[in-house]
Ligand binder design. Sequence first.
Ligand code: PLP
Length: 393
Amino acid sequence: MKYNFDEPVDRSKNRSAKYDERVKNFGTDQVIPLWIADMDFQTAQPIIDACKKKAEEGIWGYTSRPDSYFKAYADWQKRRNGWTLDTDLCSWCLGVVPALAVIIKLFTDKEDKVLIQPPVFPEFFEITENTGRTLVQNNFLEHDGVWEVDFEEFERLVKDPKVKLFILCNPHNPLGRVWTQEELAKMLRLCFENDVLVVSDEIHSDIIFHGKKHIPAAIAVPEADQKIITCISVTKTFNLAGLQASTTVFPNMEMKKAFDAYWSGMDVHRNNAFSSVAMETALNEGEEWLEQLLEYISGNLDFIRDYFEEHIPSIKANIPDATYLVWLDCRALNMSNAELKKFMVEKAGLGLSPGSDFTRELSGFMRLNAACPRVVLQKALKQLEEAVNNLSC
Ligand SMILES: Cc1ncc(COP(=O)(O)O)c(C=O)c1O
């Protein structure tokens, strides 16, 4: 089937956080919302059909999870990434973020430190600090728009015996980096040598462009699967985040049991009736839609690159190899973070994610979500161009 991603979808009346929370976040609903990481596209038709069928059953009592559920994840990983994962070591969770928060609680102590690589997904800061652990930041090095890991600093940090856990964002949000085998191997080996547990958040691993290839951390070096915890989900891939489901793959039964016991203690252990069918259908029947989606978003990214280069050269757009999130370097506008947010809202009419949510070191950045019909991006960038031009008047 041919999908039409150009078709505008009105999400302003469907309880969408991206639209409904504009006033809370930006003080007005008069902004084009290009912030939270979901897409303004309908999901794949087989998923819609499966959920409709489920809705028409009219009974949504407690829902079991058949063996076929994790098998669908395993088949997906094997087919797309060459990873043979053991379904006995898979656990269900309400989402990647809740899974990460509980992993920190269960596998580190209060006085331990957790390593992250900013600029990075803001919840990594929040969940670490909410659990009372100390954050350790391996900030990226940037040179002329190229973002690289500071390996020297990484090595220094993992050698601190208090650093017990590293949250790897694979691929990386918001920098859109698809890690190479060499980069992964270097980080993992340093962690293994220093007894640092690695948790790899691979929620963005299906959204990859420019011929790059995602490497699951669990197969990046021999025996990594016996040491690493991996968080995966197809909620980002298929725009299903509101259904709240993720899968965690553990390196051993002991860790899996500890995780399951934690959630069972709160009676959280079953998918809801719709997430169960939606995830499985996505994994088994969603690839035709996904291939077309990737082509469309890739076109959006080309459009964004060209538009900034031609019309808004004072802002540098970091075109990602993974994710539909574009990291905007607005430092040449010479604004504080507060001024930049105000400018984007009041002058450009845009609801973007402030860069300051992703880093405590840098200022002058914004993140733009490119997963929307191109006509929305055209309007948004035109508004931004005019606002920037007006600055020099
Ligand atoms: C790196 C990363 N991990 C996790 C999530 C959210 O995961 P979930 O909705 O499954 O909790 C996001 C959402 O943007 C993300 O970017």
